[in-house]
Unconditional design. Structure first.
Length: 262
């Protein structure tokens, strides 16, 4: 517990050095592991197509190399304030039984100006060796933009609550940042993403186990759509180290594609 408190203090101090000043005009708004716009496990305060399209569609996939579970993801942004998202987590079969989980989420972005604020939640349909259960999460997410040594950055904070059967509920906390790396060299292409939370993308996650000491994830996010000819779309590639402080640390990768529909 003392190690976890020290980590929270250090990580919180890093986040507080990003003053909320104007940065790049549009947030990247890539997909988290469960389909909502965000970092890896921490959702952002924006929907997937914030002010870029009245209707926008995101499709994505993630893969954990060690646990071998691909995740298929989808997000639909509507009217600059509603996001409907979902994911199917194809976890490895156990004793010839399916362990596939489903996640269905909703996010509502509030009409704030300089800071993204959203209310969201999800319902999780979980399976383990043909035993079925459900879980749910409600959260508030806040994202503000700033600079770190003149490099544009976005900091996201999440506070929520996870509901489980058996009165084993938890208060959720997460924070992280998306830092545009060396923009003088890499332009808007390369992002360093870090997040820490005491919850994961689902209550039965593989490779991002947040039950004991929380979960710290980091990686490189490449925005291929920074190419001028592709600016109206999203092409985003992730290479990620998951749960890097614990013995179950793994490597993951992901890709997402987005298109404006209206």
């Amino acid at each position: 517990m003392k190690k976890k408190r020290r980590l929270l203090v250090v990580f919180g101090t890093i986040l507080l050095i990003f003053p909320p000043v104007s940065a790049r005009p549009d947030p990247l708004n890539s997909m988290s592991l469960n389909g909502t716009a965000g970092l890896y496990t921490v959702p952002s305060g924006y929907i997937g197509w914030n002010k870029r399209a009245q209707v926008g569609l995101d499709l994505g996939t993630s893969y954990n190399f060690f646990s071998g579970n691909p995740i298929a993801k989808i997000g639909l942004s509507l009217f600059n304030w509603v996001e409907i998202n979902g994911a199917v987590d194809f976890q490895p079969r156990t004793h010839d039984t399916s362990n596939t989980d489903g996640i269905l989420g909703l996010k509502l972005q509030l009409p704030t100006e300089k800071t993204g604020v959203a209310l969201g939640g999800n319902v999780q349909f979980l399976t383990y060796q043909d035993n079925y259960t459900t879980a749910g999460q409600l959260y508030t997410a806040v994202t503000y933009r700033g600079e770190f040594f003149t490099w544009p950055a976005e900091t996201s904070l999440t506070l929520g609550y996870t509901f489980r059967k058996g009165n084993n509920d938890n208060i959720d906390f997460g924070m992280g940042f998306d830092l545009l790396l060396v923009p003088d060299v890499f332009k808007d292409f390369v992002h360093w993403v870090v997040d820490f939370s005491n919850f994961s993308y689902s209550d039965q996650a593989l490779g991002t186990n947040a039950w004991y000491r929380g979960c710290l994830n980091t990686g490189i996010r490449v925005d291929i759509s920074a190419i001028p000819a592709l600016n109206n779309f999203k092409f985003i590639f992730d290479l990620t180290l998951l749960d890097i402080l614990d013995g179950e640390r793994t490597i993951g990768m992901g890709f997402s594609f987005g298109i404006p529909l209206k």
